[in-house]
Design a protein around this ligand. Structure first.
Ligand code: ZN
Ligand code: ZN
Length: 393
């Protein structure tokens, strides 16, 4: 589906206008990203240069990157297992034999090493002469212990918590296009499947069709287990699917997304089976839609993520529905379907362009049902863009 039609939101610019925004924000882009470029290698080197600056701030000589999404982000590698070492004079990627040719092809500017027997011996040699090496706090305790045992003399490990994850919150134009492509797979699939969300069909049937259609639309896989929660099941914020047959007048929460080329999309729509909402369904749906609008309207450079969360909650509070909203308002979306920034009451994150995140308030009333609307929002230099705004509600 072209993302140009559908129900318009009142305030923010929508994805139809994204192309214009890409032109806008490339001029205001960070010093480490030159311009939008098809040369993946160059864009990824930009990420590394920014990381090196951060390492300098923490007085580390280099960093061993172990989380695969972070390795892929920095190197351009698209396989499922690799490690990267970054320092002023080194760009090394360590992977196994399966990825020999692929890594050499994808990781221009990187020295690719292949380990054959002992991973930790290879990591030890990789750290030779680097000095103070930052490691990712997300690694397991066992991995850390085994790594520590092979640190060469004169070397030292220092913890870097969420360092690459924080860099990843800033999306360059290439990443925005990739996320948009993942979103398009989901949007195209939903357009085809929407008419079948009707009385007499099971939740399972809808989810299976949606997953199939996302794959047909070009997704590498679904972003997560698709949620189709109908009737009383819609009151569960983390429902999955059941064999329940959708009946007339049910609320149906459909939460879906695609993964494509390493990037994710994540959208939720709530429909009324049969199409005619009751007065209460209308009241709750309007409240949730207004909460989305209020949150998006508050998105701008330098704003605290917790303030955006408060805007969504303020609307639901006014309508007497706040007690039924039991999760945070949103999360970053990129190489993980849940990444930084976190849009919640306790978040310390501050929004800076260009970042992409969900705004997804919901109201869940046990025994009655639930409504969630989830939009993907990009904070561009010129303000918020609802990337998913054209997917009909
Ligand atoms: Zn979702
Ligand atoms: Zn989400």
């Amino acid at each position: 589906m072209m993302l140009t039609s559908g129900r318009p939101l009142k305030n923010p610019p929508r994805s139809a206008e994204i192309a214009g925004h890409i032109k806008d924000y490339s001029s205001n882009w960070f010093v480490w990203t030159v311009t939008a470029t098809d040369l993946a290698g160059e864009a990824h080197m930009g990420h590394v240069e920014y990381l090196l600056r951060k390492l300098e701030d923490m007085k580390a000589d280099g960093m061993l990157v172990t989380k695969i999404e972070n390795v892929c982000y920095l190197t351009g590698f698209s396989g499922s297992s690799a490690f990267a070492l970054v320092s002023d004079d080194r760009r090394r990627l360590l992977t196994d034999g399966r990825y020999k040719d692929q890594a050499a092809k994808e990781c221009a500017g990187w020295d690719v090493d292949i380990y054959t027997s002992n991973l930790f011996d290879s990591l030890g040699s990789m750290l030779e002469g680097v000095g103070k090496v930052a490691f990712e706090a997300s690694m397991s305790y066992e991995f850390h212990q085994r790594l520590e045992a092979v640190v060469p003399e004169g070397g030292e490990l220092v913890e870097a918590r969420s360092l690459v994850e924080t860099l990843r919150t800033r999306k360059d134009p290439e990443e925005v296009s990739l996320i948009e492509a993942a979103l398009r797979c989901a949007a195209d699939a939903f357009e085809l499947v929407r008419p079948m969300i009707a009385p007499g069909v099971t939740e399972r049937d809808v989810a299976a069709e949606l997953d199939y259609r996302m794959m047909k639309a070009g997704a590498d896989m679904t972003a997560f287990d698709t949620v189709v929660a109908s009737g009383p099941n819609s009151a569960l914020p983390h429902a999955g699917i059941t064999d329940r047959v959708i009946s007339y007048g049910d609320l149906v929460v459909v939460d879906f997304g695609a993964r494509k080329d390493g990037y994710f999309s994540d959208v939720t729509r709530t429909l009324v089976a049969g199409g005619k909402p009751s007065e209460r369904q209308r009241f709750v749906t309007d409240a949730v839609a207004d909460a989305v609008e209020a949150a998006v309207a508050g998105v701008r450079q330098g704003v605290e993520a917790s303030a955006v969360d408060a805007l969504a909650k303020g609307v639901l509070d006014e309508r007497g529905l706040l007690e039924y909203f039991t999760h945070g308002t949103g999360h970053g979306i990129g190489r993980d379907v849940h990444e930084l920034p976190t849009i919640s009451k306790t978040s310390a994150d501050v929004l800076e362009p260009v970042t992409i995140f969900s705004i997804e308030p919901g109201v869940y009333i046990e025994g009655w049902g639930g409504v969630r609307i989830e939009e993907m929002v990009m904070l561009a230099a010129s303000g918020p863009v609802v990337m998913s705004g054209a997917i009909p509600r």
